[in-house]
Design a binder for this molecule. Structure first.
Ligand code: DAH
Length: 376
């Protein structure tokens, strides 16, 4: 700022000359008019209406004028600044309106466009079927149990009464992960579990009887992937241990399950003698064909493709828990008895939904999963 001017001589202060003020004003107004968008206007505002703009600097010079000159110069600068601010505000309004119109056009949403270009995912039918089966049993008070897929050989075989040289250790097409560790004296190697039955042993060791558990899970066998085999598949295992359980309880439980799963009249199961080391007696369980409900049997007029007119569909294995297994798992066989069953989910999905090729279940093609619905 210049030093106070004793004698009135506005000419001395170049920036306050009327022509100069007008030039500043006109330059500012022209710059605003030339600003093509709000960003350019913001720059023009800093340059022509900001604290260091020529008009602001000129304004500061007023203080240095002699008192008589202050009023006149102040008025001139004030008017010019007023005009500049007005031009700025007007251009601001214009440019904002332009921007709003453009945004409306550019960012318009066509609500008639199809909304489902990215389809929602679906859960795999194997998962939903397993959950459905688990639901049937949790509704009856069973707990869902699980165990590791990389399992100690002891749980997968020994605890279940497969003696060490039992042929099933090979026959179950086992993936051996690690042999027994000879140095630590640990006789149990590590396998990928070949069935969900080791969870029976884990459940009994983890809990005090009564034990009522259902265990859906993934299991592994050294099979090639083809239309009817897959090296990774799923089973559901059930175990009940309580006082006084009999084969009749097993049968009633199985009947209830197939009625809940397949619905309606006439659904029931039958048991055929079989052998499993961990059950005694053991049985193979069949269920009535849910399509013909047995009516195709001996009835050539009504053949049934689902059961081959046999009237029954094989489900899986079951039996009364072998007392040796109870003992191995710390349960007193004098006081408690138990029943168990286990079956494959892929197989059930195949006959329940006429899936002909198991590979479809593992390939992850949405054209396979979509018809099962988007059930979450
Ligand atoms: N774990 C047997 C398998 O994979 C199936 C099975 C049979 C499970 C009898 C059971 C049972 O619980 O009692 O072949």
């Amino acid at each position: 700022m210049s030093a106070p001017n004793k004698s009135y001589d506005p000419v001395e202060v170049e920036a306050l000359k009327p022509a100069e003020i007008e030039r500043m004003r006109d330059e500012a107004v022209a710059a605003f008019a030339a600003a093509g968008d709000l960003e350019a206007l913001a720059h023009a505002k800093t340059a022509h209406a900001g604290g260091t703009s020529p008009l602001s600097l000129a304004n500061r010079e007023i203080g240095a004028l002699p008192p008589q000159a202050k009023a006149e110069a102040g008025k001139r600068v004030g008017q010019a600044r007023g005009a500049v601010n007005k031009a700025l505000a007007a251009r601001q309004v214009e440019l904002e309106a332009e921007r709003d119109t453009r945004v409306l056009v550019e960012e318009a949403v066509d609500v008639t466009l199809p909304y489902d270009r990215v389809p929602a995912g679906a859960r795999h039918p194997l998962t939903t079927l397993m959950e459905r089966i688990a639901d049937i049993f949790t509704a009856m008070g069973y707990a869902v149990a699980d165990g590791p897929e990389v399992e100690a050989e002891w749980y997968n075989f020994d605890a279940l009464n497969f003696v060490p040289d039992h042929p099933a250790r090979q026959m179950q097409d086992t993936f051996f992960v690690q042999g027994p560790d000879g140095t630590s004296g640990d006789e149990s190697g590590v396998v990928l579990r070949t069935h969900t039955s080791p969870v029976q042993a884990r459940a009994m060791l983890d809990r005090e009887p009564p034990v009522y558990v259902i265990c859906p899970g993934r299991v592994y066998r050294t099979d090639e992937l083809d239309a009817t085999h897959t090296p990774v598949f799923h089973q559901v295992e059930l175990l009940a241990v309580d006082e006084g359980l009999t084969m009749a309880d097993l049968k009633g439980t199985l009947d209830h399950m197939v009625q809940e799963l397949f619905g309606g009249e006439g659904m029931k199961t039958r048991l055929r003698p079989n052998f499993f080391p961990f059950t005694e007696p053991s049985a193979e369980m069949d269920m009535v064909c849910y399509v013909c409900r047995g009516e195709s049997v001996g009835n050539p007029d009504r053949p049934c493709r689902t059961c081959g007119s046999e009237g029954w569909i094989e489900l899986g294995g079951c039996g009364m828990v072998n007392p040796k297994v109870l003992v191995a798992c710390g349960v007193d066989p004098e006081k408690y008895s138990g029943f168990a069953f286990g079956f494959g989910i892929e197989r059930m999905l195949m006959f329940r939904h006429n899936v002909e090729d198991m590979r479809d279940m593992v390939e992850g093609d949405v054209r396979f999963t979509r018809p099962f619905g988007m059930e979450i």
